[in-house]
Design a protein around this ligand. Structure first.
Ligand code: DX5
Ligand code: ZN
Length: 223
C-alpha cells in the first residue's frame, strides 16, 4: 500500500504562503491539500482560485483541492483553470453530483466526493465509477485544529470495504483520504482502518520541523 501525506495549508503562515508550500514539499509532502471555504456551505472563509494559481509554481506535487462551497460547479471550472490536479466536493452542495463529477473528469482531473461525519456512505454507491478519491471528514468541516472524531474509524472501515469490492469487480483503485485532527499519535489507527491518504494541517504547520513530523507520521504508519 502506498501511503500519502497531504499537508493542509489552511494551517500555514498565509503571509509567506509560497515559501510554506515549497518548504512542506521539500519536507516530503505527497500532495498539497487546499481547503476552499465560502462562509455559506461552511461557517468560515479561506482562499479561492487566484491563490491556488499563485502557489501552483511552488507546488511540485499535485494540488488536492477540497471544495467546501455551495454551489460547486462554477468553482470547479475556476479551479480547473487555476491548476488543480484533484478536486473533491461535498455531495450535499451539488444539485447534480454526477454532472459535477463529469465536469472534473472531462477536464482530465481526478475527482472525489467528501463525506461529513453524518453523511451516509451510500452517497458514494451510484457514482463509484466516476471517483478517483473518497475524502472522509473526521471533524465537521470549516476549521482546522479540531479533534479527530473516534467514530470516523468505523466509517473508514465501511468505505474501505466498499472500495475493495469495487476494486475486485472493476480492477480500479479509488484513494481513501481522511481529513481532520490527524496527528502522529492517531495516524496509524486511521491507516489500519483502511485510509491511505492523510490530510494534516495543524499537526504539521504547528511544528518547526515539517520533515520530522512527516517522517514520524510515515514511521508510525509502518510500525
Ligand atoms: C477542515 C479542513 C481540514 C483542515 C484540517 O474543514 O477540511 O483540511 O485544514 O486541519 P487539521 O489537520 O488541523 O485538523
Ligand atoms: Zn480539507
Amino acid at each position: 500500500m502506498d501511503y500519502r501525506i497531504a499537508p493542509s495549508i489552511l494551517a500555514a503562515d498565509f503571509a509567506r504562503l509560497g515559501e510554506e508550500v515549497s518548504n512542506v514539499v521539500a519536507a516530503g509532502a505527497d500532495l498539497i491539500h487546499f481547503d476552499v471555504m465560502d462562509n455559506h456551505y461552511v461557517p468560515n472563509l479561506s482562499f479561492g482560485p487566484m491563490v491556488c494559481q499563485a502557489i501552483k509554481p511552488h507546488a511540485a506535487v499535485p494540488m488536492d483541492v477540497h471544495l467546501m462551497v455551495e454551489p460547486v460547479d462554477d468553482m470547479i471550472q475556476a479551479f480547473i483553470k487555476a491548476g488543480a490536479d484533484i478536486i473533491t466536493f461535498h455531495p450535499e452542495a451539488s444539485r447534480h453530483v454526477h454532472r459535477s463529477l463529469s465536469l472534473i473528469k472531462s477536464a482530465g482531473l481526478q475527482a472525489g466526493l467528501v463525506l461529513n461525519p453524518a453523511s451516509p456512505v451510500c452517497l458514494l454507491e451510484n457514482v463509484l465509477e466516476q471517483l478517483d478519491m473518497v475524502l472522509l471528514m473526521s471533524v465537521n468541516p470549516g476549521f482546522g485544529g479540531q479533534s479527530f472524531l473516534p467514530s470516523s474509524l468505523n466509517k473508514i472501515r465501511q468505505v474501505r470495504q466498499m472500495l475493495d469490492r469495487h476494486h475486485a469487480q472493476s480492477g480500479r483503485r479509488i484513494a481513501l483520504e481522511v481529513d481532520g485532527g490527524i496527528t502522529p499519535a492517531n495516524i496509524a489507527a486511521a491507516a489500519q482502518a483502511g485510509a491511505d491518504t492523510f490530510v494534516a494541517g495543524s499537526a504539521i504547520f504547528g511544528q518547526q520541523d515539517y520533515a520530522a513530523v512527516i517522517q514520524t507520521m510515515r514511521d508510525n504508519i509502518a510500525a
